[in-house]
Design a protein around this ligand. Structure first.
Ligand code: BG6
Ligand code: MG
Length: 961
């Protein structure tokens, strides 16, 4: 399979609508949807210019102050692709005559779309048609179509008619909020059209937005025509040819569309001065430069490789490169979401461009600066200081007619500044004053949006990324990202001040201090009992969505339930807090990320196409490879397989970019937290190898990942600092460094009670004593549930067993009594209480350089170890009081491995309790159970006693043998 192209060899009319989206060609400015040249058999002919729109007032049933005033819709422009063929007076179409064979192929290497049709008319006249299409990456206004017809088995008269079809319109759809235009009249007025010899021209103006458009098509033919007939009415030129048997003729159509000036006729003519072959070469040269860094190779999974290249190619086609336009959610492939720019650009696509083509990333950020003044006006309208960027827009004006899932998503400012920060860190560039200006204005916006309430900076009445929860107080994602935004603005301003550079805006007295206070006291909702960040102040007080009784046919929920019904429940359209944990990874411990991902996953419907890729990345981060793989599969071919059922309206650019992120940030474990580049690779088991490149500070780093090794090579540039897992290294030009990924025993993390010594019976005695005193039933059976469990949780188990509920005060009192009794009993402990074999094992591990840590749930662990005489044997004793959650949460094991500096997957945990085994497995480590198989499910191996444990055995367990 050629993974650098995508196409079909057999024609299936049912796929036509969807294929038109997939076969789109664009260059970030001009987009030609992949519809056929002829009108018949086409679903929707589409031609777009990035940012070329018209607007009309939004008609609200009930309006209110500050509602977005106008909708803006990308316009479907006169169709320059249209060419009709007649063979012996009968029109060619895929719906008539006999289609003997038909193929289409989009080549990402050449940037050409090729179509072939072997067709006979009802009269039996057979022709072979070959068309090639290109939208030039080097001449942004220009496109080219070649149309070749061959008379197969007899001499034929044929006619080719080429149009600039001014009859096309935008699609309209009433039922789906995601598609269709709302224009009351034709928004594009054709002002002039003309035919001058071989050129078709028109000029047009939008009705309300005041934009001008000029279009021209210049034609050349490979053989003299019998007749050339212009049709002013149709803005078309017809060429009649007589073909001998086996003879062919080619019509070349050089197209130019301009929206900035009237140069289209000139550009079309100039473009036609060079041959198709010349332009094809230019196109390929541009793409070859791009693919040098952009190419991703996957051994063992051609389908994913092809889809990834497809996605990357489409993203390259979708992004504006002129600093005046951005990336529509659907690229230039269709009219879904009206051609609006959302946060998809900065949050999803921009990371990829930072590392594959930083000039595009810069241009996308420059677009944001170009609309800063409009964002200032919007802020005023919303009673805010600074600048508020629009949730969805083309021109820079807010266009979200449904404010709860639009304007309320204030996080857009933070997303943009997060992208600015990422871009600067990725390129190593100094912040230009334009970005500093955006940072200052966004910081001002946050300060005026939030309020200091009870000592905390609160941001109320907002919507986070999850659109199934709206207008809430203190959305964790928003507050975390706003905090990051403020910190970034502070850093930029201070660095300007330190360098005596003039700030683009004058700061008020104390302004910087107020930003500092807000970011420091930012409210981040956290639920201590669950150990998770609440999505917002109200989220955990909502009832679960009734998933069990919601049939598949009722998804996506947004099309089947009133928003209020959805908002009332605990249900997510896409990751929210979990997304913040990906973006701001360095702010959270591994345990927090694992726990929050697991907590939110069951509530996350994935109804948004922005969902699966983030889930995949965070599943990778959480040692859940299979899950990461499943989510990746759902994201990487989302448009090719039309799995959301709406690719007909356009590609899903965020999901496409997400598939790149799931590969690079997910499987390769790339992180770029605050400009430090690190990797934690875990190749999917279905893949034999993954190779990709990243541009880091204008150096190109190649990463080659195989099941057992990873090789980092600096392809260009002088040197770069990189981290592999927890190892820092520097690569100089041309240097490679190889790391083994084969798990190798480096650390053993021991539980204490029941593993190294028998203190379990002392815990039992103490619990028995306080239970008896409080008339609670407690026996050996109940005690089993206490193993490995924290003191507080143990009491809860006993209370639950007795169907009792105690106030906190009483609990504290009894917990203290239990501990006093337990500590008193520790007096009797001596080294002889160590289990047999423990000392030898610890010595053996030390001799062989294996690190040893204690990961006990007991707050008395240090005392016990001292009494046992093994305190000094440990390289680390992880402190249970310093972690967020006890076993079965992974915190203590992850902390222990971090303290001994051994990578998680090179550690093994040893436990006698079910909760402990669970904790080890959630930490991505193999687990040795001490006890019985039935009581310790999930263990990689179960031994009856610690004495059976040897260095050799531990090595084998870690190596997975
Ligand atoms: C674990 C024990 O190791 O530590 C549990 O298996 C105990 O039974 C837990 O509850 C907490 O111990 P401590 O000493 O902090 O009460
Ligand atoms: Mg134990």
């Amino acid at each position: 399979m050629d993974t650098m192209s995508f196409g079909y060899a057999e024609y299936d009319p049912s796929q036509t609508p969807h294929n038109e989206t997939l076969f789109t060609l664009a260059n970030g400015y001009l987009g030609l949807r992949g519809d056929f040249e002829e009108a018949e058999g086409t679903y929707h002919k589409g031609t777009y210019i990035n940012g070329f729109y018209d607007s009309e007032p939004i008609i609200y049933g009930e309006s209110a102050y500050g509602f977005a005033e106008n909708h803006e819709t990308i316009l479907n422009l006169p169709d320059p692709k249209r060419i009709e063929l007649e063979v012996g007076n009968l029109p060619f179409s895929m719906k008539r005559g006999v289609v003997h064979a038909s193929s289409r192929s989009l080549n990402y290497r050449t940037g050409l779309l090729t179509r072939t049709v072997d067709w006979s008319s009802a009269q039996g006249d057979r022709v072979k048609i070959t068309t090639e299409r290109m939208v030039s990456f080097t001449e942004k206004h220009c496109a080219l179509i070649t149309y070749t017809v061959e008379a197969v088995d007899k001499a034929l008269f044929i006619k080719l008619t080429s149009f600039l079809d001014v009859g096309v319109r935008n699609r309209s759809s009433k039922d789906d909020p995601r598609v269709g235009s709302k224009f009351t009249s034709n928004p594009l007025v054709i002002e002039h059209f003309s035919i001058e010899e071989e050129t078709l021209n028109f000029s047009a103006k939008t009705r309300n937005s005041g934009l001008s458009l000029y279009g021209s098509a210049f034609h050349t033919i490979s053989k003299e025509a019998l007749a050339v007939t212009p049709s002013e009415r149709d803005l078309a030129l017809s060429y009649t040819f007589s073909l001998a048997k086996g003879e062919s003729v080619t019509l070349n159509k050089f197209i130019a569309y301009t929206s900035e000036d009237d140069s289209a006729p000139f550009r079309a003519r100039r473009f036609a001065q060079e041959s198709f072959a010349f332009h094809a070469q230019e196109q390929e040269a541009f793409l070859s430069e791009f693919w040098k860094v952009g190419r991703i190779l996957i051994e063992g999974d051609e389908s994913s490789e092809q889809a990834l290249q497809f996605n990357i190619f489409h993203l390259l086609q979708s992004c504006g490169r002129d600093g005046k336009s951005s990336m529509a959610a659907k690229g230039l492939t269709g009219e879904g979401y009206e051609g609006h720019y959302f946060w998809d650009t900065e949050a999803y696509a921009l990371p990829m461009f930072c590392y594959l083509k930083p000039d595009i990333a810069k241009s996308l950020l420059d677009y944001r600066f170009s609309i800063l003044d409009k964002a200032r006006l919007r802020a005023k309208k919303m009673s805010l200081e600074g600048a508020l960027f629009p949730w969805r827009t083309i021109s820079g004006e807010e266009c979200s007619a449904y404010y709860p899932a639009g304007t309320a998503q204030y996080h857009i400012d933070a997303d943009i500044l997060y992208a600015v920060e990422k871009y600067l860190a990725a390129t190593g560039d100094e912040a230009p004053s334009t970005y500093v200006e955006m940072a200052i204005e966004s910081a001002r916006m946050w300060l005026s949006l939030g309020s200091f309430i009870d000592g905390e900076f609160c941001i109320n009445e907002v919507t986070g990324p999850d659109e199934y929860t709206a207008c809430v107080n203190n959305n964790a994602y928003t507050n975390l990202m706003a905090q990051n935004n403020l910190k970034f603005a502070i850093t930029l301003v201070e660095s300007y001040q330190q360098q005596d550079k003039i700030l683009p805006l004058v700061l008020e007295k104390d302004e910087l201090e107020s930003w500092k206070l807000a970011q420091k006291t930012m409210r981040i909702p956290f639920d201590k009992r669950l150990g998770i960040y609440a999505q917002d102040d109200s989220f955990l007080k909502k009832a679960d969505w009734p998933f069990a009784t919601t049939p598949k046919s009722k998804h996506p929920l947004l099309l089947h339930f009133h928003p209020l019904v959805i908002y009332r429940h605990r249900v997510l359209k896409q990751p929210d807090l979990v997304l913040a944990q990906f973006f701001l990874s360095g702010l959270f411990t591994k345990a927090e990320r694992i726990r929050n991902f697991s907590f939110y996953e069951p509530y996350t419907t994935g109804d948004s196409s922005l969902s699966h890729c983030i889930q995949s990345i965070m599943a990778s981060d959480s040692f859940q490879s299979l899950k990461a793989w499943t989510y990746f599969k759902k994201t990487v071919r989302l448009d090719i397989d039309d799995s959301q059922g709406n690719s007909v309206d356009g590609i899903h650019t965020a999901s496409m970019a997400g598939s790149w992120m799931a590969t690079v940030y997910g499987f390769a474990g790339f992180r770029d937290w605050k400009g430090t580049f690190s990797f934690d690779p875990k190749l999917p088991s279905a893949w034999k190898a993954l190779t990709f490149c990243l541009t880091l500070h204008s150096s190109v780093l190649k990463v080659e990942l195989r099941p057992d090794t990873v090789i980092y090579t600096l392809m260009t540039g002088e040197s770069i600092d990189v981290i592999h897992r927890n190892e820092n290294f520097t690569l100089k030009h041309g240097e490679s460094k190889t790391f083994s990924l084969v798990p190798k025993l480096g650390g053993v993390l021991f539980d204490l009670d029941g593993v190294l010594c028998d203190t379990a019976h002392l815990h039992y005695k103490a619990w028995k004593q306080v239970s008896d005193e409080n008339l609670l039933h407690f026996d050996r059976e109940v005690n089993k549930g206490l193993l490995g469990v924290s003191r507080e949780a143990s009491l809860q188990v006993i209370l639950d067993h007795n169907e009792a509920d105690w106030p906190q005060e009483k609990r504290s009192e009894v917990l203290k009594k239990k501990n006093d009794a337990y500590v008193a009993s520790l007096d009797s402990i001596t080294p002889s209480d160590l289990f047999p074999g423990v000392l030898d094992l610890l010595s053996d591990l030390k001799t062989h350089g294996v690190k040893i840590a204690l990961a006990s749930a007991s707050k008395n662990a240090r005392t016990v170890c001292k009494k046992l005489g093994i305190f000094d044997r440990f390289d680390a004793i992880a402190d249970i009081t310093s972690v967020q959650k006890p076993k079965p949460e992974p915190d203590i094991f992850l902390l222990a491995s971090e303290q001994i500096g051994v990578w998680y997957t090179d550690c093994v945990g040893v436990e006698d309790a079910k909760a402990g085994i669970e904790a080890i497995k959630r930490s991505g480590m193999p687990a040795v159970g001490i006890g019985t198989k039935s009581e310790l499910p999930g263990s990689d191996i179960v031994l009856s006693g610690t004495k059976e444990l040897t260095l050799e055995l531990l090595k084998k367990v870690v190596a997975g043998r």
